[in-house]
Ligand binder design. Structure first.
Ligand code: NCD
Length: 329
């Protein structure tokens, strides 16, 4: 990629990528939309975005394009990285983050009207909402592309994409790795999306959680039926020596109906330097963040702690996705 050419002609960023742009005009709702071929395309584009940001901060690819970022649940990284991504591509953002009280989406109220209103102003919609299936409902009503930024305990596809991209950037491959997911595997949507995305590769999966936070049975069956080497355990010591990726998650307090149950499991795990003494020298510790005690702060100094580099990769992946959805390529 010739950097000078990009100044004159930003769309040149798509030239020579592996394969066609399958994302143009599409909604991004679930990880089932991805396969090895289009992931390779997206990751190649994300690497170009990294180069563009590192060398000159951004590229004027989405000038005069507008993103409506609608967040009905708290967010720091996802919302700000989408805003930064849009602005570094030369576009702009309508941020909607107030704590709107709304009736159930399943009643077909409120959300469709919000979406149909905002798409009059915007070219693409990013939605985070507490109900599973809400992004698909929004996409049903919208004519403009909708990107799912988390639908309750359902999916969080853009997080899974940046997680996978991080593994690839850090370890150089995905095939052949042992990935251990630790924490709230029941409600953690990032775990659900990343697990499904990993089924495009040849990996071993280890699920580490307390009993009440085990991975949903349908997802476990899917992994088993696909023939994967998979094991569940309560104890992180069972997996620490073999893990190439330790993917740690927060217990999702907001999804519990019984807070006493939350209290029982909230401090179940803490990843410490002591534990990491048993881990491989070449492995990574990841976390979608925010952390609330699952990884001690002393771990941050360990070069294997990849979670802030993972945050940074979110910018490049979201730039690549917005560019691919809004430009024919
Ligand atoms: C995650 C989420 O919102 O699901 N955060 C994020 O997007 N980085 C994880 C979490 O909230 O625990």
């Amino acid at each position: 990629m010739n950097r000078e050419v990009l100044l004159e002609r930003p769309a040149a960023i798509f030239e020579g990528l592996p394969g066609p742009n399958e994302f143009y005009g599409q909604d991004i709702l679930a990880v089932s939309q991805f396969n090895r071929r289009n992931l390779e395309y997206l990751f190649a584009l994300a690497e170009r975005m990294r180069d563009v940001v590192e060398t000159r901060g951004g590229i004027d690819l989405l000038r005069h394009k507008v993103l409506a970022a609608i967040f009905y649940e708290p967010s720091t990284r996802t919302s700000s990285s989408f805003i930064a991504a849009m602005e570094r591509l030369g576009g702009s953002v309508i941020p909607i983050t107030q704590g709107v009280q709304f009736s159930s989406v399943s009643k077909g109220e409120s959300l469709p009207d919000t979406i149909r209103t905002l798409e009059q102003y915007a070219d693409v919609i990013v939605l985070r909402h507490p109900e599973k299936g809400s992004a698909a409902i929004a996409a049903h009503y919208a004519e403009k592309p909708v990107i799912n930024a988390g639908d309750g305990p359902g999916e969080h596809p853009t997080q899974a994409l940046l997680d996978l991209f991080t593994i690839l950037e850090e370890l150089g491959t995905i095939d052949g790795l042992t990935v251990a997911m630790v924490g709230d595997l029941r409600y953690g949507r990032t775990v659900h999306s990343l697990t499904e995305l990993l089924l495009n590769y040849d990996v071993r999966l280890r699920f580490v959680s307390p009993e009440i936070l085990r991975i949903p049975l349908d997802l476990m069956n899917k992994v088993r039926d696909a023939g994967y080497d998979v094991r569940e355990t309560y104890d992180v010591h069972d997996v620490i020596e073999e893990a190439d990726v330790l993917y740690v998650t927060r217990v999702q307090k907001e999804r519990f109906t019984d807070l006493a149950q939350y209290e029982q499991v909230k401090d179940y795990y803490e990843i410490t330097p002591e534990l990491l003494k048993h881990a491989k020298e070449r492995m990574i510790v990841m976390h979608p963040l925010p952390r609330v005690g699952e990884i001690s702060y002393e771990v941050d100094k360990d070069p294997r702690a990849a979670y802030f580099r993972q945050v940074r990769n979110g910018l490049y992946i979201r730039m690549a996705l917005l560019a691919a959805v809004l430009c024919p390529g």
